[in-house]
Write a protein that binds this ligand. Structure first.
Ligand SMILES: Cc1cc2nc3c(=O)[nH]c(=O)nc-3n(C[C@H](O)[C@H](O)[C@H](O)COP(=O)(O)O)c2cc1C
Length: 176
C-alpha cells in the first residue's frame, strides 16, 4: 500500500544471538510475535496480533522482493531474504529473514513462520542495498504499481541469469 510514512533515518540493531520471530496466517496476518519483534518494531502485542505483516513495511523495500517471497512460500518452499523493516516511530532495522510455510497433516499450508537474524553489514552495503535501490528505482519509474513490480522482478531474474545462479544460490553466496 503506498502511504506516507515517517522515517527518522535512525537504524536500530539487535544482538547476534537474538531472533526476531513472527507467525502469520495464510494471508500474512500476524498471529504471534516474540518480545524481540515487539521491541524492534516498538509495538505492543495488542497492536501487533491480528495486524497485516505490512504494518512494519519500510517504503524502501522493493515490492518485487515481496512478490518473490510470497510466490516462494505460497508454493510450499522456504526462502531467505534480506529485509529492512520500519519501527513504529520511523526508525529502521535490517534483518536476514528465513520464512517457511507451516503445513497441517494433509499437507495444506496453514500459515507461515519467519525467523530473522542480524544481517552482515558488508553484504548489506555492497550487495543488498544497491540491488534494492536498483529494483525500487525501476518500480518507482512506472506510473502503474503492478507494472513497476513486474518490471523490477524481471530485472532481478535477469541479474540472477547473468550470474548463472538461482536466487537461493545467490543468497547463500552472500553468507559469511
Ligand atoms: C511469515 C511472514 C513474515 C513477513 N515478514 C515481513 C517483514 O518482516 N516485513 C515486511 O515488510 N513484510 C513482511 N512480510 C510480507 C508482508 O506480508 C507484505 O507482503 C509486505 O509487507 C508488502 O506489503 P504490501 O504488499 O502491502 O506493500 C511477511 C510475510 C510473511 C508471510
Amino acid at each position: 500500500m503506498a502511504q506516507e510514512v515517517t522515517l527518522t533515518g535512525v537504524e536500530r540493531t539487535f544482538a547476534d544471538d537474538e531472533i526476531i520471530v513472527s507467525k502469520t496466517d495464510t494471508t500474512g496476518r500476524i498471529m504471534y510475535a516474540n518480545d524481540v519483534f515487539l521491541r524492534l518494531a516498538s509495538m505492543t502485542e495488542a497492536e501487533t496480533i491480528g495486524a497485516p505483516h505490512s504494518v512494519i513495511r519500510h517504503p524502501h523495500m522493493p515490492r518485487s522482493v515481496f512478490k518473490l517471497l510470497w510466490d516462494t512460500i505460497a508454493a510450499g518452499h522456504e526462502i531467505f531474504a534480506y529485509v529492512v523493516n520500519r519501527s513504529k516511530n520511523g526508525d529502521h532495522y535490517w534483518v536476514l529473514a528465513h520464512v517457511t510455510p507451516s503445513f497441517d497433516s494433509t499437507g495444506q499450508i496453514v500459515g507461515y513462520h519467519s525467523n530473522r537474524r542480524t544481517a552482515d553489514r558488508d553484504t548489506l552495503e555492497n550487495v543488498i542495498q544497491p540491488l534494492y535501490k536498483q529494483l525500487l528505482d525501476i518500480e518507482q519509474s512506472h506510473p502503474n504499481r503492478k507494472e513497476g513490480m513486474n518490471s523490477a522482478f524481471k530485472t532481478l531474474v535477469g541479474i540472477l541469469e547473468e550470474k548463472g545462479v538461482s536466487y537461493d544460490e545467490f543468497i547463500f553466496s552472500l553468507q559469511r
